[in-house]
Ligand binder design. Sequence first.
Ligand SMILES: Nc1ncnc2c1ncn2[C@@H]1O[C@H](COP(=O)(O)OP(=O)(O)OP(=O)(O)O)[C@@H](O)[C@H]1O
Length: 629
Amino acid sequence: MTERLPFVPKDWKPLTAVAAFAAVLPLVLPNDYFLVLFNIMALNALVVLGLNFLIGCAGQISLGHAAFYGLGAYTSAIVTTTLGWPLWAGLAAALATAALLGFLLAVPTLRLEGHYLVMATLGFNIIVSICLNQMEELTGGPSGFPGIPALHVGPLVIDTDRSFYGFIWTAFFFVFALFLNLEESRIGRALRAIHDKELTARTLGVPTHAYKVGVFVLSTVLAAFAGFCYAHYVTFISPKTFDIFYSVQVVTMVVVGGMGNLWGGLVGTALLTSLPELLHRFEDLHVLIYGLLLMGSLVFFPNGLAPAAATGLRELFRRLGGTASEKEERRTQSGPPGAKPARRVAGKPISQPDSESPPDRDVLAVRNISVRFGGLQALQNVSFTVKPGQIAALIGPNGAGKTTLLNVVSGLVAPQEGRIVAGDRDITGLPAHRVARARIGRSFQTVQMFSHLSVLDNLLLGFHLSGRAGFWRALWHTPAERREEETLRDLARAALRGTPLESKEDLPAAVLSLYEQKVLEILRALALEPRILLLDEPVGGLNPNESRRLMDWIGARRKDGMAMVLVEHDMNVVMEYADHVVVLQHGQVIAQGPPRKIQKDPKVIAAYLGTGRRAGRTEARSGIEETAC
Ligand SMILES: Nc1ncnc2c1ncn2[C@@H]1O[C@H](COP(=O)(O)OP(=O)(O)OP(=O)(O)O)[C@@H](O)[C@H]1O
């Protein structure tokens, strides 16, 4: 990490350049009309900034930001004009109203899977528009609200276009720097993970609901701040400004600029705020041209203009000589993962024996677990235990309920009956992010990479629980936050050492081979310092050589006291590495015990010989048959 002062964002150079450009711009603008245009652009840019973070990072769309913009404007107008209170009281009331309503709207809707926030915010915008029009006594109704006092900062009154230009762009660049800090932080990384794969993020300890609510509230507060500035700039407001069309307009600015790209949001805002003005000279045709340009940008640059421009520039540089990361990639060799990564989390070696779980005590006890999906009984009365340092294999034909059981233990599925006890702690029904806090890590049947993130960022998400810096410290990029981030990066780099990923930390995870992705996924789970590791078909899709390397590496962790639950179809792997085997069929345990005993169990042989539809099972069946013969 580069040495930076607190608050200073990573992109401080382009930020300084753009801010300097904005500072000299008024000197060359031909008249005040352009100042007004740039002032409106800055107000839009503030709304778009929060919305872009919400859409691009947390993956949630709001069609109600005009309402929060309007709430900020009207609340402050009423407080400062009707009640005659000072400006700071208007600002506080505006921000508090937006935060409270945003919170009340987000808590129930963001708990649901899917895009319910779009509908909720759309409805909210319509209700707010109706209220602004109907509550004439309070808001002035459709005729508007006149006589709002001008802004002032101490004795400095901001009542001209030029002074407002200075104020609003300073405010924008200040907030923009805060958001750049947030984006780069552990919280920003977790938000991008939520956007990509929310369930996976939860299993790494990210409280996804709280984060999504937090980002939504932050974006509503920013919209309300823009509304406050707008009201005290124009000194007259009417409901028309805050209707649903404005909400659609700001979403369009985000989409055109590039979702999740904060610079893109600024580009989209600048373009779509100035375009209608530029096109006015075409009279009746301007709407048509505007629509065509919009469609063209969405068709040809679906990820937004800023990412497209960045890709174009990268391509240009590549042609001019090749990038450092590509050179690195060419140098990279795929060796086996280090047998014993010397990593430390929060000052404690990850590979130490689990002192909390004496070897004779169960580290995991699954007791009489039953799960129904509608009419389907996926698990029935399943019980087994695992001791520290033991590998318990869950085997059974396809659809037997193995993955469902891992999902129950990791908190992704709540059982209808039974208990899960990890060490001394009953974790039954706990949400996945709290199960992760109980130091239970997992891998998935289909590798779950955050494919847009780099190898290092993927791994850093495994260290999410090792960090403490919250929203506030992340926004300000405080010295403590910087130190913590540096420590997490050191830990992640140390974990990569001796693995095939060592020289690939900056590559996107999507370009890794399956073997490398599996190594990364397991490293990420190990970063939780798990006392129980759940592995869902870790060698699925790997060749025998890779399978052996991976299993030898994972198996070596047993001596550290880490217990594992292994779901696997490859019987050779099960027989070689498992200490205890649990056989499931139709959601029920039909046998359990040491591998050698299970191989000879007639019920197990019948289960494997009696059914069979896919390659994995054929392998399993041959493993059982082989030993049965
Ligand atoms: N979320 C869900 N909703 C409804 N049914 C489900 C859900 N998850 C799993 N099932 C069903 O529960 C049963 C057990 O599925 P599960 O994935 O646990 O089996 P499995 O033993 O892991 O199979 P495989 O070896 O093919 O991965 C299957 O019939 C599956 O279709």
